[in-house]
Write a protein that binds this ligand. Structure first.
Ligand code: CMC
Length: 392
């Protein structure tokens, strides 16, 4: 088998070539298909960025309209999926609910199980995913709070439809605040892809066995759930709340994070690739200020976050290890201002990351990549004889 190099966490192992996202961790550069994240967050929309990631080019007006129309046509989900949803206890974490509902699509659309599906069939699965995800996300929330679900409103744009399904009460005349819809759109763009991170690698890995696209995306959602990955945005707010409840002393928690005998880490800080700054964090920090000001929200944890960031950026431990706020440090503060509850934050990340996962899955398939199958170095017992239970 030759010499096997072990690289725990794949810190220095490339798993693929990819033409989707460029990331330079030293310079803090992030580009989707060559376009700067700063430009896309300011000038584009989430649906347009989804098209860009999945199909490789910014759409023309006609391409965009046709894509948006297709997505809108597929927002409804099968009524039987509601029964699956209703089977979950209301305290189920919405990430587990979401991954299950997405995986259930394999049953409703068994064509996705065919590894030789045509391009049109694959494209339909992609459209279904983009279209149904907001429905699933908002239904997971409604189920949690014990409210009836809302059906999609196809007269609205992607984010406005999402906000309405999420927050409208029965028979209520719900008006979507354009400031809120725009802020949400920008947040989703910032989360849309991030090359071979844990969840994306999972999607490619599962897909490499020619499993269904729905099963692959469902696996990605589960990988994203963990607190070291997408779950960090929930952990950040929980951490800030805990600091607030404990008297608001940011410095005390900074010391805890530095203490190697204490498992506590400063959530929302540090990144495997960004070692200077996370360009998404810069955009989000400004957006958090803007959104809170525009909505007139005064969130005391924002102040704690700012104190913590300032203290960490001036602390030798964090300087030496090149630890900076990452995308999740401020995203939760915006989600809160939009009225989204804490345990839905990671679900929001999944909503944003979906087009990236799809684009990566599609690229992996189009490149005919072999099944993912790393090797190991065995360190267990050498050969030994079986001992009957009576003799042990
Ligand atoms: N607080 C305190 N110390 C830290 C932190 C932190 N948040 N992050 C890293 N370190 C220390 C770590 O203890 C180690 O120190 P030493 O060299 O003395 O042993 C050093 O910095 C390097 O850390 P690492 O764990 O080897 O780095 P990694 O690349 O394996 O981990 C990370 C990256 C993001 C998992 C980690 O920084 C972390 O746990 N951060 C907190 C969780 C978080 O915010 N995750 C969201 C990531 S961005 C969104 C996403 O892509 O999901």
């Amino acid at each position: 088998t030759g010499l096997i190099t072990i690289d725990p966490g794949y810190k220095n192992t490339g798993s693929t070539t990819s033409a989707i996202t460029f990331l330079d961790g030293e310079e803090g550069i992030l580009r989707y298909r060559g376009y700067r994240i700063e430009d896309l967050a300011e000038k584009s929309t989430f649906l347009e960025v989804s098209y860009l990631l999945i199909y490789g080019e910014l759409p023309t007006q006609a391409q965009y309209e046709s894509f948006a129309k297709e997505v809108t046509r597929h927002t409804l989900v099968h009524e039987d999926i509601k029964k699956i949803l209703e089977g979950f206890p209301s305290n189920a974490h919405p990430m587990g609910v979401l991954s299950s509902l997405i995986c259930s699509l394999t049953a409703f659309y068994p064509d996705s199980l065919n590894p030789n599906a045509t391009e049109d069939e694959i494209n339909l699965s992609i459209i279904r995913l983009i279209a149904k995800m907001p429905t699933f996300v908002t239904w997971a929330y409604k189920n949690q709070i014990g409210h009836p679900v809302n059906y999609p409103d196809n007269s609205l744009d992607y984010c406005s439809n999402f906000m309405k399904m999420m927050f409208a009460l029965p028979a209520e005349q719900y008006e979507v605040d354009p400031v809120v819809a725009k802020a949400l759109d920008a947040l989703l763009i910032l989360h849309a892809d991030h090359e071979q991170n844990c969840s994306t690698s999972t999607v490619r890995m599962v897909g490499s066995s020619q499993a269904s696209i729905y099963a692959s995306i469902s696996a990605g959602i589960n990988a994203l759930w963990g607190p070291l990955h997408g779950g960090a945005n929930q952990s950040v707010i929980e951490m800030l709340e805990a600091i607030k409840a404990d008297g608001g002393d940011a410095k005390k928690y900074l010391e805890k994070a530095k203490d190697k005998n204490d498992p506590f880490r400063l959530m929302g800080f540090g990144h495997r690739v960004y070692k200077n700054f996370d360009p998404r964090a810069r955009i989000i920090k400004k957006a958090a200020d803007d959104v809170l000001t525009k909505l007139g929200v005064n969130d005391p944890v924002l102040e704690i976050a700012q104190q913590l960031e300032y203290a960490a950026l001036n602390d030798q431990y964090f300087i030496d290890r090149k630890l900076y706020p990452n995308v999740d440090f401020y995203s939760g503060i915006i989600y809160r201002a939009l009225g989204i509850p804490t345990d839905m934050f990671t679900v929001m990340f999944a909503l944003g990351r979906l087009p990236g996962w799809i684009a990566q899955w599609k690229e992996m398939r189009e490149n005919n990549e072999p099944i993912g199958r790393p090797r190991q170095v065995y360190v267990g017992a050498t050969e030994r004889d079986y001992v009957y239970m009576s003799k042990r």
